[in-house]
Design a protein. Structure first.
Length: 74
């Protein structure tokens, strides 16, 4: 299930947990589980962001490489 989560899914669930905690809708017995789940969701978000950043950097490097070849006379 975790690997199928999108960034948006994880953020939405995380926001719901934060809202429940802030409004006091979580009893003490559930609090540790909610915090553990929030930690898992944060990890998912960080992983997705890191993967996206690496992909963007790779694409930018390829674009720079391609544009460098286009501007250099042979």
């Amino acid at each position: 299930m975790e690997s199928n989560y999108t960034y948006s899914d994880a953020v939405n669930e995380l926001q719901q947990i934060v809202s429940e905690i802030e409004t006091g809708d979580v009893n003490v017995d559930e609090l540790a589980d909610k915090i553990k789940r929030a930690s898992q969701l944060i990890h998912i978000c960080k992983s997705k962001l890191t993967a996206s950043e690496e992909e963007v950097n790779t694409l930018l490097a390829k674009l720079q490489e391609t544009s460098g070849r286009d501007t250099n006379p042979e």
